[in-house]
Ligand binder design. Sequence first.
Ligand code: SF4
Length: 351
Amino acid sequence: MRREGAPIGGLAGRDGGPLLAWYRRNARDLPWRRTRDPYAIWVSEVMLQQTRVEAVVPRYLRWMERFPNVLSLARASEDEALALWQGLGYYRRCRRLLQGARWILENGLPECAAEWRAVPGVGEYTAAAIASIALGEAVPVVDGNVERVFARLTGCRESGAELKRQAWKWAARNLFARDPGAWNQALMELGATVCTPRKPSCDGCPLAARCVAKQSWTVEELPVGRSRTPVRHLRHVVWVPVAAGKVALRRIPPGQWWEGLWEFPRVDATEDPEAAERELAALLPGAWPERLGGFRHVVTHHKITVEAWLVRLDEPRALDGLQWFGWEEVARLALPTPQRKVLRLAREGIG
Ligand code: SF4
């Protein structure tokens, strides 16, 4: 009997086997699958990290229209790139893309996975994805989807770093070297659309006949150790100072969520419900806020209840750490998604 986690070998066969045939029939038609431009593949891979495909598609198209190549991105300002990244979250990815483009402008476009690894912000996964999909290099790619497919297909009961290590070895052994780009995408697509974390569609799976987990009724158990990070509930209070057709915002300092973007003054009142009032009194003594509304926002294991308040002033006077902008100027700034919602509430509130 085969050991748990042992290689199943020869998954691709001579022609890519049932997996590649399935992929050719069922691959989703996504804009980055219509190109072999390494820059375009790179952009799509970075955008897809921790973000749903549906959210990425319109932003990818907008990005490629404004920054169609490395040169156009390398010459952009960080503010411009961040403004275009709005809605994707995890803004550090945008800065890394920009740094990477500037590095490529100086050092030349990488021509293989090893060279892509030298680009700032490009890790093993991204380098392998670009090299196999755009350049046809025979290197395996393992993301969370491939790890899950590997664990179930082979019955591997490892978790964490050991699961990852075995998945990379397995992916290298089973790579279809004649078309590594399509093969890697087929494995990832299977994990994303069929071998999903919950309720996988085993009946429609091209690999069902070779799947240890399916045959041993352990699909729901694998991969093991899938611990869910508990969700934390936060309460943020946001003030919108307005005066003479202008609003005041601050640049978010380094080390905070959304650093480098712009926001209306925001107070974390989760632990201390009166913190917001105290800060407002210190910033704007005697101010009389009007409630604009509230909403929930979810970001990396946090559910934030946001309350927005309008603070009307007679004139745009100097406020500690804040800058005044006209409404049209604010629309061009990079604001995190919850702050953009606050901006909308403020515009509606003022009428
Ligand atoms: S048969 Fe089910 S568990 Fe096995 S690889 Fe296919 S979808 Fe995943």
